[in-house]
Design a protein around this ligand. Sequence first.
Ligand code: DX5
Ligand code: ZN
Length: 221
Amino acid sequence: NYDFQIAPSILSANFARLGQEVDDVLASGADIVHFDVMDNHYVPNLTIGPMVCEALRSHGVTAPIDVHLMVKPVDRLIGDFLSAGASYITFHPEASEHIDRSLQLIRDGGAKAGLVFNPATPLSYLDHVMDKVDMILLMSVNPGFGGQSFIPGTLDKLRQARERIDDSGRAIRLEIDGGVKVDNIAEIARAGADTFVAGSAVFKARREEDPHRYDSVIQAF
Ligand code: DX5
Ligand code: ZN
């Protein structure tokens, strides 16, 4: 049995009232804040950076902040996010010139490090760095946008990643990102994921009567 964690992606939050939105999902039972960083270069979209992470910390957010870097190059932003209070920093291995060094930079700064795999990126990037990885993030959509559909082939890849983690004997989190909904999360969990990113599923579930509560969807997970 795994320790399951729900990580709402603030990509689907209302950025004009971000602090309140993050407070609301945490009060509704979320465990981690998933923070999508897009640079209009590695992915065709532009979002938020270290200043916003720092602002959430100043606002009083104490929950882990899970920074998903969809940027190229990777390394310079690592230091900025370490100073801004990131708890996890994950990056796409094909966007880093020196994968081992990027992982080491994150760990030396006291955060947990992870690699992110696009749907067609092979897990073999893990071969020589398994001892430096605290999280494996499998993308179940192509990165860049919220609200896309879960790519079913990811289930098999999750099983392969779970096997690698079990073989390693290390406590590595297995996170899934993209198209996670109430009606597919059980199957995703059975395939081996223990950390579930959900953007549109969470933030579109706001209720008219009580706009600050997301319990219904977070508890349904
Ligand atoms: C996509 C991002 C995801 C996105 C997921 O590139 O990495 O975190 O917010 O959104 P949903 O849950 O709507 O697929
Ligand atoms: Zn993400």
